[in-house]
Design a protein around this ligand. Sequence first.
Ligand SMILES: Cc1cc2nc3c(=O)[nH]c(=O)nc-3n(C[C@H](O)[C@H](O)[C@H](O)COP(=O)(O)OP(=O)(O)OC[C@H]3O[C@@H](n4cnc5c(N)ncnc54)[C@H](O)[C@@H]3O)c2cc1C
Length: 400
Amino acid sequence: MIKNVDLAIVGGGMVGLTLALALKDTDIRIAIIEGAQCSPISDKPAARVSALSHASERILQRLGAWPAIAELRCTAYQTMQVWDQDSFAKIEFSASDVVQDNLGYIVENQIIANGLLKQVQQQSNVSFFQPNRCQSLAVGERETWLTLDNGQNLTAKLVVAADGANSWVRQQQQIPLTEWDYDHTAIVCNVEMEEGHHNTARQVFTEYGPLAFLPLDDHKLCSIVWSQQTDKAIQLLALSDAEFSKQLAVAFDMQLGRVTSLSQRQGIPLKMRYARDFAQSRIALIGDAAHTIHPLAGQGVNLGILDAASLAQELQQLWEQGKDIGDYANLRHFERWRKAEAVKMISAMQLLKDLFSGSDPVKKLVRGVGMNLAGAVPGLKHEVMQRALGLKGDLPKLAK
Ligand SMILES: Cc1cc2nc3c(=O)[nH]c(=O)nc-3n(C[C@H](O)[C@H](O)[C@H](O)COP(=O)(O)OP(=O)(O)OC[C@H]3O[C@@H](n4cnc5c(N)ncnc54)[C@H](O)[C@@H]3O)c2cc1C
């Protein structure tokens, strides 16, 4: 039997679920097609975490998903320390600098998705197809046709790709990508340290790439993201736990003492991806399906959550005006808006990655002067912090 909906969201991860939830007060009929099985939250903290900005928190609060996230393992951090191993330049950001209680939250991705899912499951305008994948997608003039792997056929006025970095929808539509390899692989795992983290996020820029220690719920537990040149990362991943722990503590300048235990390590190759089109006739792209960036400033999912809130705002307005939500002419404003925001973020990440790579003496000087300057000029530091927290910029209503 064919199911007719207005909006089909392919990918029920953090970004796809945010879009569905942001349309909870409309009568837009939504289908979510998610390929992975729904699984319960693990007892032990998972290694994949996100630093959520204030803008993301505000959106999740307003959508009613935040209480379920905050009651689980969710760590507010009040301070962030960043230093350059090579030049000894250092900068500290404190929540009091921007008159806030904290600088953001470190939360496991599974907990964010679960908080959203709990709310979306209560929406009467949403049907779930899970675990299901699409097998075919055909775009017509007035609607799209989807066939799922269980034989279910769907029609929708608009299909949204929220299916991550290797988006199936993007590939089906043959939307070209601008992409480059960061030549970095991120090693992620959770580590228990000798000393407490005092709710401080720390990041050191080493010769081979940035290493972040993000504070978790337990005061000695941190999630690490060690972005390394890929050949170095492969060597590190092959080390024994004891040897890896030793090298990690040294790379981190022994800031929290020795590593006393660590979880299984995972290596994730890092690529910049930027889709040529964020919208086409009857198609829109959000989150990692539209763009992926280096995790050094922890902004990827924050950008994706803003995409979702922005698209929801546009769709709701079109719907209320009785306009076609899948017509490309009606999606162009969303596309221009989010492409401009993504380009700003991609450029900033590339600049930081280039500036903090290697031991070129000129770069070292710029790093040292830049950090000292940013620390010394109050207006500059304030501006940088407001942008990182998502308190400034071209924000959707839900984030304001
Ligand atoms: C090491 C690392 C650290 C990071 N740290 C941060 C951070 O601190 N802060 C931050 O903001 N961002 C961070 N990011 C980025 C962040 O993880 C991503 O931006 C985010 O996961 C993207 O969410 P998404 O929902 O767009 O995609 P995904 O999380 O990839 O979700 C896509 C969903 O679609 C489903 N799916 C895929 N294909 C199909 C299909 N064909 N059919 C049906 N379903 C499908 C998948 O099962 C999944 O549920 C980090 C990234 C990395 C690699």
